[in-house]
Design a protein around this ligand. Structure first.
Ligand SMILES: Cc1ncc(COP(=O)(O)O)c(C=O)c1O
Length: 379
């Protein structure tokens, strides 16, 4: 048996998207920057993909900067904005949250250190939600930028992005919203949100890996840090990934994640029925419908993950490798979860293809593994 339950890491590509991507790589013989017919044809494919994406997102085509994915988009917004305002002595502070993806947290740590900004990291409340007032209270004239995610990749918990953008807009403070885990999974109106920068990634919705975009609001500017060719209106040099952009555009709306919520909820109810000591995170708050993060007390998450892998189940643990040591999820730690419980955690992220029988299979396997591990430990 092989069951892929790690859609938040990456999502299988539908056949139609794969075909469109392959066809675009065959058709885009030229370099989109070239003046001749072959270049023009490649440019047309890229422009069509950009128009399609803009239309879907409700933004202007010119606001889309194609990148290599969510990580690069976050890097571009952070470095591009902080480098631009670094000479302004009044702007000293950057605000983020403790539950961000490493492409935000590590990038902020690096640039704030290089450019002498103070980095203020706000923790979520125990329920996993960052309270908007905890950020808004800290906004002042010295704030150079606020960076936060819309939905957390580990717990799926939705964060108050709109409230933060609106508070920042009235104070003229630029905001980066990492919307990588929201695209396709929850309603998203970028025109209404009106954030300065929004990061998106194609492979989380069934598009090709290695392509994404940063949506830059009209009037918001950044300094490019990939220089040379002047592509993407000078904001990101380098020959564009034409086939990737076409695949991204084709993936939009292809996967209907709205069906996942019933399977996810069924999974959690069965899990708690057969393993009542399990802790499920975020059940009381708004989450994207496909994500379930839970802890199995007394079990090591990594061991569970490996055992599940042996049985054909692909899931994730929130732990990260730092200096050769496995560290429990920084997200759960920021929520105040006990380190031992955090180490016992797993993340399951469903896709539209999954049904209750898949949830049943996973619960059965978790029960079998727990029994086996307990037996081996002589418990
Ligand atoms: C919230 C969030 N931001 C950024 C990224 C990075 O995206 P990419 O894999 O396209 O670099 C991820 C990937 O898991 C993510 O979940």
């Amino acid at each position: 048996m092989r069951l892929y339950l790690d859609y938040n890491a990456t999502c299988p590509m539908p056949e139609s998207v794969a075909l469109a991507t392959i066809e675009a790589s065959r058709k885009s013989l030229g370099n989109p920057s070239s003046m001749h017919w072959a270049g023009r044809e490649a440019r047309r494919l890229l422009d069509d993909a950009r128009d399609c994406l803009a239309d879907f997102l409700g933004v202007e085509p010119g606001s889309i900067v194609f990148t290599s994915g969510g990580s690069e988009s976050n890097n571009l917004a952070i470095a591009g904005h902080l480098l631009r305002v670094a000479k302004n002595a009044q702007k000293q502070k950057v605000i983020t949250t403790a539950i961000e993806h490493p492409s935000v947290l590590k990038t902020l740590e690096f640039w704030c250190d290089q450019l002498d900004f103070d980095l203020l990291t706000i923790s979520p409340r125990e329920n996993g939600v960052v309270d908007a007032s905890d950020i808004i209270r800290k906004l002042d004239d010295a704030t150079a930028m606020v960076c936060m995610m819309w939905a957390n990749n580990e717990t799926g918990i939705i964060q108050p992005a709109a409230e933060i953008v609106s508070a920042c807009r009235t104070r003229n403070i630029p905001v980066l919203i990492d919307a990588v885990q929201v695209l396709g999974k929850a309603p998203m109106d970028l025109a209404k949100l009106d954030a300065d920068f929004v990061s998106l990634s194609a492979h989380k919705i069934g598009g090709p890996k290695g392509v994404g975009c940063l949506v830059v609001r009209r009037g918001s500017t950044l300094l490019p840090w990939l220089l040379g060719g002047g592509q993407e209106r000078g904001r990101r040099s380098g020959t564009e990934n034409v086939a990737g952009a076409v695949g991204f555009a084709h993936a939009l709306g292809c996967k209907d994640f709205s069906q996942c919520v019933s399977v996810r909820d069924y999974f959690e109810s069965e899990l708690l029925k057969y393993m009542p000591d399990v802790t499920v995170y975020g059940q009381a708050v708004q989450r994207v419908g496909n994500t379930s993060m839970f802890a199995v007390p007394g079990m090591d998450g990594e061991t569970l993950l490996m055992q599940l892998d042996l049985a054909g189940f692909a899931v994730a643990s929130g732990s990260a490798c730092s200096s050769g040591k496995r560290e429990p999820s920084h997200v759960l730690q920021a929520m105040g979860v006990d380190v031992r419980l955090a180490r016992s955690s797993l993340r399951v992220s469903f896709g539209p293809e999954h049904q209750n029988v898949d949830a049943d299979a996973l619960v059965r396997e978790l029960l079998r593994i727990r029994m086996l591990l307990r037996k081996m430990a002589g418990l």
